[in-house]
Design a protein around this ligand. Structure first.
Ligand code: SF4
Length: 685
């Protein structure tokens, strides 16, 4: 039914919402999206997509899109041309570097943006500004996965491909609600569990998967390490381990055995509320399966001891010989954002160059210096939470935020806003005037994933192509073009005029991706890293012959249980858990500007019926939620999906700013925030 003369096109690309990485075809008519269809050739989605990837594209034509640069004049952000905006950026950044040195500047990269854009941004910071103060939002979600998986196996990525879900006869899902946050993977898990696999869910909430699980361990928030260690102890006691694998390919069994002596089922029950029988049942299912797999999410990582949680979970796979062998699906973190794996892969990290090469390693630095043609800073830079502290005490004077709404999504947002206010100069590269952009001195209008050329890396380490179906609106530019223009304004050419050339350069810098290029991806389709030469197919299953640790062996970890950073007390007796809901995505900047808003127009506070009764609440009553840092209000949704004493909020709506409440406690290894445990009190408004 299109009128004659309508210009139509269909472009194959990759979804820009969650880390599943669904392949999509974007159909356009006269320069606007008419439909998005899932691609049957997509290796992860196989012709499926969820309500976000398939339908949430209306934001592209929102009248709120940023279409011109904005420059602060007094207390107002006013439209400006690119020339003026870039001149202000160059003048202010250059001035701060000249007077306070390069480490007075910090940048937060974007897990929403392409690999090539993140590569370019970290290169800009390291080679033009001269600092390692560059980080990305994996800091606040999966940094403990990077640290834990690297320490245990030597590589910072999930070990097995998504297809191993269907090979599994036992799926252990820990701290993840993929039905809502990673729906296509959630559906694959559900189908496998309904057809043939046993399902163990470890989660304080009764998620959709928990409701059909063979065993649901609803440990209290902050008890993960105790529960995982309790499972390991039972597996060792019962002999549900692979002794040959442990002898030939793993270290640390004696220390682990000693540590686990403390984790009796009764002790675990006291910490977590998980009964000894349920713990035994779960250990039996995982420990005796023929091909067990572990899939986990932010409920494992976003804790004050998140890295310990990852290590204790990984122990189970090592004990069982279910990783690096054909006898299990390994351990796979579900990455939250579409390219959080890729942003880290590209070196948007303060201590690691592209391909996870330490900045402190002279050989790795030397390779980059040779290719980039300049000396590099040697000292690791600041992590995101440290950047905020440094802004408040004057060490960081300029902050460059690219595609992240930190004022809404980072924890203890009062602290984040104070840090933004404390900076003398804030640059924000965005597609909407978010809370963060409103605090900036210069706003540079960027492009959405539907307007970009490049690649993303999904949760199972697959490089996939991103292709532009639309043009950025007005004067907006792709982030790739903007970063290059900022470099030119600062007097340097980054030497990567196209995304394809940027990935080619990255392949020379980082041996892990040496065989990956746009040309090859266009010809052969998605490729897993590591892919060390153009002849290699890429490794879907890691560590088959040896682990990437210095001695080639997997490392078991003996970890104690430590209490959460934030505790309840008589004044703040409830535990608030934060997370995501199906139809919205992160800060909601995009999905709230689509028809998805009709499906979920507002946030609710999920509360158990017993607690609602005690507080005199009925469904829909407005509840004031107060933590030690702030107060917000939301209507109650009374549900048995949360346990008594626990409540749940998502962070998609700025009017229910969940992160005003969350705590500044962080994982002691990685500085990942403890989003999953906030002590609150509730009052009927
Ligand atoms: Fe996009 Fe994730 Fe939905 Fe797939 S599951 S369509 S990647 S949001």
């Amino acid at each position: 039914g299109r009128p004659p003369g309508t210009a139509t096109a269909a472009v194959d690309t990759t979804c820009g919402y969650c880390g599943v990485g669904c392949a999509l075809t974007v159909h356009t008519a006269d320069g606007a999206v008419s439909e998005i269809t899932p691609d049957r050739r997509g290796p992860v989605n196989r012709g499926h997509a969820c309500v976000k990837g398939r339908f949430a594209y209306g934001f592209t034509t929102s009248p709120d899109r940023l279409t011109t640069p904005l420059v602060r004049r007094g207390d107002r952000l006013e439209p400006a041309g690119w020339e003026e905006a870039l001149a202000v950026v160059a003048d202010r950044l250059g001035g701060i570097v000249a007077s306070s040195g390069p480490d007075a500047v910090a940048a937060i990269c974007s897990a929403r943006a392409t690999n090539e854009e993140n590569y370019l941004m970290q290169k800009l910071m390291r080679t033009v500004v001269g600092t390692n103060n560059v980080d990305n939002c994996s800091r606040i979600c999966h940094a403990p996965s990077a640290a834990g998986l690297s320490a245990a196996f030597g590589l910072s990525g999930g070990t097995n491909p998504a297809d191993d879900i269907e090979a599994s006869d036992c799926l252990l899902i820990a701290g993840a609600n993929p039905t809502e946050a990673h729906p296509v993977i959630g559906a694959r898990i559900l189908q496998q569990a309904l057809s043939s696999a046993k399902l163990v869910v470890i989660d304080p909430r009764r998620t959709a998967l928990a409701k059909i699980a063979d065993v649901h361990l609803a440990g209290t928030p902050g008890s993960n390490v105790a529960v995982f260690n309790g499972l390991a102890r039972i597996m060792l006691e019962r002999g549900w381990i692979d002794e040959q694998f442990l002898a030939q390919r793993a270290d640390g069994l004696d220390e682990l055995r000693e540590q686990l002596a403390w984790f009796t089922p009764e002790q675990v029950a006291e910490i977590s509320g998980v009964t000894p029988q349920a713990l035994l049942d779960a250990a039996r299912l995982y420990g005796t399966a023929g091909f067990p797999s572990i899939i986990y999410g932010l409920g494992v990582t976003e804790h004050a001891h998140g890295t310990d949680g990852v290590r204790a979970l990984v122990n189970l796979a090592i004990l069982r010989g279910a990783v690096g062998t054909g006898r299990g699906g390994g351990v796979n973190p579900l990455r939250g954002q579409n390219n959080v794996q890729g942003a880290s892969d590209m070196g948007a990290l303060p201590d690691l160059l592209p391909g996870y090469q330490p900045v402190a390693d002279p050989q790795a630095r030397g390779r980059c210096e040779q290719i980039w043609g300049c000396p590099l800073p040697q000292r690791p830079g600041l992590r995101i939470p440290q950047m905020f502290d440094a802004a408040l005490d004057g060490r960081v004077r300029a902050l460059y935020v690219f595609g992240e709404n930190i004022a809404q999504t980072d924890p203890d947002s009062g602290h984040v806003r104070a840090a933004l206010d404390a900076c003398e100069f804030v640059i924000c590269q965005e597609i909407f005037l978010t809370d963060t952009a409103q605090a900036a001195d210069v706003v540079l209008p960027g492009a959405s994933f539907l307007e970009k050329d490049g690649t993303f890396v999904n949760f199972d380490r697959r490089f996939q192509r991103v292709r532009p179906a639309l043009r950025p609106p007005g004067l907006a530019r792709t982030d790739f073009e903007i970063i290059n223009a900022v470099a030119v304004a600062l007097g340097t050419d980054l030497g990567c005029p196209t995304p394809s050339q940027a990935l080619d350069e990255c392949a020379r810098v980082a041996p892990l991706y040496a065989g990956i290029s746009h040309i090859r991806l266009d010809r052969d389709g998605p490729l897993h890293w590591p892919c060390r030469s153009p002849d290699e197919p890429g490794e879907a299953r890691l560590h088959q012959e040896s682990f990437a640790t210095p001695n080639g062996r997997a490392q078991l970890a003996a970890r104690p249980w430590l209490p959460p950073g934030e505790q309840t007390d008589a004044r703040y007796p409830f535990v608030l858990i934060t997370g995501r809901r199906l139809v919205h995505y992160n800060a909601g900047t995009m999905t709230r500007r689509t028809l998805n808003l009709r499906l979920s127009p507002r946030e609710t506070l999920d509360i158990h019926p017993a607690d609602a009764l005690a507080l005199g609440l009925r469904d829909g009553d407005l509840v004031e939620i107060e933590s030690r840092r702030g107060t917000v209000a939301a209507p109650a949704r009374i549900t048995g999906d949360v346990s008594a004493g626990q409540v749940f909020l998502a962070f998609h709506f700025p009017e229910v700013a969940a992160n005003l409440l969350t705590s500044a406690a962080v994982d002691e290894v990685t500085s990942c925030p403890e989003y999953k445990v906030t002590a609150v009190r509730l009052r009927r408004c």
